[in-house]
Design a binder for this molecule. Structure first.
Ligand SMILES: *Cc1c(COP(=O)(O)O)cnc(C)c1O
Length: 377
């Protein structure tokens, strides 16, 4: 099948607007100035394709990138030879030589990691770049308060490192009224003061944290989700626009009589004679099974000819079934259905699927064709 708008052989299409991506980065950079705006491009740039996203952001002026894993770090270095790269997973055992070769600064979260990276620095005969992640109340990665005290009194533990950044991460930044935000900020201040590394930059905020205002910006902010058009902040709209649209083709349209069921487990029964479009998109393409609709429960919504239409029955691996009875105009094989796009945000799909927009983005499968539009500058 090749529907109009789909490349030959493709059943679906993910379109990434690199101009919108870069406009988002610029809007956030402007919002946080004079602080620097970096970019978090881990997990293949949240599923959108690091190979396209990273160079586009670099052309827009982004100089500092965060990835998670050593493999992502090496790939990013090939794309941006002169940018600053920080690896959020830190010094993953076995990754030191690659980090040294690629000039990547691991984000170190423990005294053992610091000792390990320092040993490599001694061996290399020079100070190696690093960031320190101090925990401020998330209790995920990060140096504990005790670790910070030890580093403050035993300065030799850091003497082989070039600590360029001290950072922490917020737990509740999407909720501007959450008391955790101020508590974490105070803990971050206190731990930075204890560490006393005046030449290191400071960073606390990701996409939502930077919306909490200038006191959270420090020297550098680290948005990921917002760059990709995500709107997770509950206190108002982040000044970004959607970047991604996803569409898939209709394989067949059938009529189902009242009382007949549709899909696995026969969980949805037609309350009336129903026109059902069978669409070539399923959970293998990132449409969570939470979008399924039984007769008692609504599921996801898609757009057919610009009109919203509900998913009915179970989401299966390759297919969804959509009630197009009320869609005005002829719906036929080969027509395109919008899954994410105007009027269908990643947040809305996340809510309907019982998850969050972040997971929607990072799960978009590899089976759909991808098209990048805009030059990203
Ligand atoms: C993923 C991540 C970010 C980016 O978070 P967003 O909510 O996507 O902006 C920033 N900092 C750390 C430590 C992260 O793990």
């Amino acid at each position: 099948m090749s529907a109009p708008g789909l490349p030959a052989d493709a059943t679906g299409l993910i379109t990434v607007d690199l101009d919108a991506l870069c406009a988002n980065w610029r809007a956030l950079a402007q919002l946080v100035a004079p602080a620097e705006c970096g970019a978090v491009v881990k997990a293949d740039a949240y599923g959108l394709g690091a190979a396209e996203v990273i160079p586009a952001l670099a052309r827009a002026g982004c100089r500092t990138f965060f990835i998670a894993t050593p493999e992502e770090a090496s790939a990013a270095r090939r794309l941006v030879p002169s940018a600053r790269l920080f690896a959020l997973d830190g010094l993953v055992p076995g990754s030191a030589q690659n980090f040294i070769a690629a000039d990547v600064a691991p984000v170190l979260s423990g005294l053992d990691e610091i000792a390990d990276w320092s040993a490599h620095a001694r061996q290399a005969g020079r100070r190696l770049p690093a960031a320190l992640h101090v925990d401020s109340g998330l209790n995920r990665l990060g140096l504990s308060a005790d670790d910070v005290s030890i580093l403050a009194s035993e300065r030799e533990r850091l003497e082989h490192l070039d600590v360029r950044l001290v950072m922490s991460h917020l737990a509740c930044a999407d909720d501007p009224d959450h008391p955790h935000n101020a508590r974490q900020r105070a803990a971050f201040e206190q731990r930075r003061a204890t560490l006393a590394l005046p030449s290191a930059s400071a960073s606390l905020a990701a996409s939502d944290g930077l919306m909490l205002g200038a006191p959270f910006h420090y020297d550098l902010v680290r948005p990921g989700y917002a760059l990709y058009g995500g709107q997770a902040f509950q206190g108002g709209a982040t000044p970004v626009n959607p970047v991604v649209t996803v569409a898939a083709g209709i394989l067949q349209v059938r009529t189902v009589d009242a009382g007949e069921s549709v899909g696995y487990s026969a969980s949805w029964v037609a309350p009336r004679q129903t026109r059902v479009a069978i669409v070539a998109a399923g959970y293998a393409d990132g449409l969570g099974r939470g979008l399924s609709a039984s007769s008692n429960e609504t599921g996801g919504i898609v757009m057919v000819h610009g009109q919203s239409a509900p998913i009915v029955g179970r989401v299966s691996m390759d297919l969804i079934t959509v009630d197009v009875t009320d869609v005005v105009g002829r719906v036929q094989r080969g027509d395109l259905v919008t899954l994410i796009g105007p009027g269908l945000t990643i947040e809305a799909m996340g809510r309907a699927a019982g998850t969050i927009g972040y997971e929607v983005l990072t799960r978009l499968g590899t089976r759909f064709a991808r098209r990048y539009v805009g030059g990203g500058a």
